[in-house]
Ligand binder design. Sequence first.
Ligand code: FES
Length: 384
Amino acid sequence: MKVKIKISNIKAIDMLKFKKLGEEREKAIETSYTDKVVYSYPINELAKVLHPKSMKVMVTNIIKETNDTKTIVFKRLNNEPFPPFRAGQYVVLDAKIKGVSYKRSYSISSSPKNLDQISITVRAVRDGIVSNYLVKELTLNTDMVLEGPFGTFTYNSLRDKKQILALVGGSGITPIMSLARAIYDKVENCDLTILYGEKTYADILFKDELDKICRECENVRVKYILSDEKSSIYDTGYISKEQISEYELGSYSYFVCGPVHFYHHLDKIFQELDIPNKYIRHDIYKECEVGLHHNKYTLTVLTDNKEIDIPCYEDEPILKALENASIKAPSKCLVGVCGFCRSKLIKGKVKTDYTYVRGSDINNDYLHPCVSYPLSDVTIKLCK
Ligand code: FES
């Protein structure tokens, strides 16, 4: 038998419930859990210890590798070990030079096995303010600040082939050296072949140690290729399609590390050899731009209700202008990859090296100051 319920009755019941809501809520509050809300669990505290935002460090050793390259060894001021890292990752160094703070990212060259110290290897590049300071002026016991480790230029057994062919240009050897050391120390388990391109024999970094590792560890091999010197022992020229084809296509993941033009050179070869992108990993570093300062513009920076006008030049990345004016801007990789420096373009025109910048940033008027150059007076809003 169907029971007919009048609509007006339902409305009355709803109203009754509604009136009682306040009362019920009061009761619920009175009988609820009264312990303090926990905002941080032990696991969060442990994460903070293992991955500090920044670390105060001291220079404990400086090793001359070649005429223009030095390895700098750091230990933490609090004597704690460094956070665990993977071979191939980088740290961000905050260098104070003549009162100005410059942030630069450098690949870790040491093995992840020993966390009591960490080393980076730096080559002085022409007009590079920080690299020249580190190579020519830095002294033992200097206190500095490091952030990191960061980066994904690491071997991943789920994603990468077990055999790695590392294609290295110049000081791009540093993260690969960390990987070779890690394999030697049995911290990483992969097979590494390095094609290491350098200008001359005298420029080759870590040669004695690399050769020793190759002699003593069957999973690491190196072939040196000299671009600016004829040699009867080593291949000469640039790393070529033929040299890469010597290693069975389809059996390797390719780890590329070198300056931007080196990556472009190899990119063409990969396309010709039809090597899928999923097997190519890259870690690019940018050599210092030598600005001729032909066109000077005004960069207006909006930050925390302030508006600051500073000069910027057509041939220098906007991040450099911010640094020169001591405006703190976030940055990590400095090559447009990590997105950490992302800022909003409010007004003006910029030229950006779009190679590695995400499409969503470009479409929404975000620019990466580390790879963006002004083409007019520009206004940006720094994002945090
Ligand atoms: S610092 Fe990484 S994108 Fe600019």
